[in-house]
Design a protein around this ligand. Structure first.
Ligand code: PMP
Length: 404
């Protein structure tokens, strides 16, 4: 597919906003959906809407087959050993809360430690604070340097026999820093700790292989990888998931219920209580197929071009300071403009048809580290173009003039 053909698959990109062609640079918050995903949701509700797993009737079987096929496609997508190592969740936040609660209850005791980093999204901070408080465990934080990179020696110093889990983002949603997760996993395993990778920002940009990474858990959201909202995936190693208690009780997660005792279902159902987002789960497979069709070579190349070009052009503007200057970055650029508030710049860009995100990006501790209230963040997807970057640069220059 050419870039023009790819863009045709995203009808939302064709519209005008405030009288200007829409430029969508807020992919880090949520990505747009290709027709295949939109049609899949429509198809489900028009043709085979039905509850899964328990029905003997035709529609229920159709829906169950499609939902379980989607699990198989996701298994291949991240190269899990077994399809039941793929647990459907409501998203990255849902997956982290599941692991924090379930792993925490089983494996965290007084004095144990969980390690996170200074660049985590709130959803990879707060669930750990909550479970640490409940279990009497302690949260330790890997510091970062001024470029927005982890200080690796400090990570090594934090690892000890008390460390039970390292929960780390693969790519910073605010700065785009790509963390050396493969190496971090090796070091954590050396002292017997488990590792959870927050892959919310990496799945849309690079091919992941959980066996090669050897992570114990990996979580992501469908909506950031061109799928629907309200669906996500938790990958976990079979033996660990088997040892962990259920997270929520309800339908589908049980084998047998009496008032005296309940026995739990096997994986993956043990962790999937209640009726899930069926249409969303099925459409997620379409998002995966679409990304595979576009191809990760194309995705990585296109995004690298956009990042390099936009970084160069932005750096040339007086008063612009880029937040997060690691040499290993994904297609996210955060910046501040001297003498302006990010919100004001974002509002002016919106008037020119450009969607960016402004604020703390759910990373308040990171904002405190840099001593700023927030940033303006442009985050690219493979359907964005250099021409859009040119318009964006001109719009920033205009916004600066208007605000000075
Ligand atoms: N982690 C990271 C790195 C993220 O970027 C996000 C979304 N901004 C999340 C977690 C939370 O994802 P969700 O809101 O889809 O659960």
């Amino acid at each position: 597919m050419t870039l023009a053909e790819i863009r045709k698959q995203f009808p939302i990109l064709e519209q005008q906003v405030n009288g200007k062609p829409l430029i969508y640079f807020d992919n880090g918050a949520t990505a747009q959906k290709p027709l295949a995903v939109i049609h899949s949701i429509d198809d489900y509700y028009q043709k085979y809407n039905s509850n899964i797993h328990r029905g003997v009737h035709h529609l229920s079987q159709l829906a169950t087959n499609r939902y379980e096929e989607s699990r198989d496609i996701l298994q291949k997508f991240v190269n899990a050993r077994k399809n039941y190592e793929i647990i459907f969740t409501a998203g990255t936040t849902g997956g982290i809360n599941l692991v924090a609660s379930s792993f925490g209850k089983k494996f965290l005791d007084k004095g144990d430690e969980v390690i996170i980093s200074a660049m985590e999204h709130h959803s990879n901070i707060v669930p750990w604070q909550m479970i640490c408080e409940e279990r009497g465990a302690n949260l330790r934080v890997i510091p970062i340097n001024d470029k927005g990179e982890l200080i690796y020696e400090e990570y090594i110093k934090l690892l000890s026999h008390r460390t039970k889990l390292v929960a780390i983002t693969h790519i910073s949603n605010t700065m785009g820093t790509i963390n050396p997760v493969r190496k971090m996993i090796v070091n954590a395993h050396e002292i017997g700790a488990k590792v959870l990778i927050d892959a919310a920002q990496s799945v849309p940009h690079m091919k992941l292989d959980v066996q090669e990474l050897d992570c114990d858990f990996l979580v992501f959201s469908a909506h950031k990888m061109f799928g629907p909202t309200g669906v996500g995936v938790l990958y976990g190693k079979e033996e660990l998931l088997n040892e962990m208690p259920p997270y929520q009780g309800g339908g589908d997660m049980i084998k047998e219920v009496t008032f005296e005792k309940t026995t739990y279902n096997c994986l993956p159902h043990k962790f999937e209580a209640g009726t899930p987002n069926i249409a969303g789960g099925i459409a997620t497979a379409e998002a995966v197929k679409f990304m595979n069709e576009v191809g990760f070579d194309f995705i990585e190349h296109q995004e690298h071009e956009l990042l390099t070009y936009a970084t160069k052009r932005l750096s040339e503007i007086e008063g612009v300071r880029i937040i997060g200057t690691s040499s290993n970055k994904a297609s996210v650029i955060s910046f501040v403009v001297a003498g302006t508030h990010p919100f004001d710049v974002g509002t002016l860009l919106d008037q020119m048809g450009i969607a960016v995100r402004t604020g703390h990006h759910c990373t308040q501790p990171l904002m405190n580290f840099f001593g700023i209230p927030g940033t303006i963040r442009a985050s690219f997807a493979f359907y964005n173009t250099k021409e859009e970057v040119d318009v964006f640069i001109a719009a920033i220059k205009k916004a600066i003039m208007m605000l000075s």
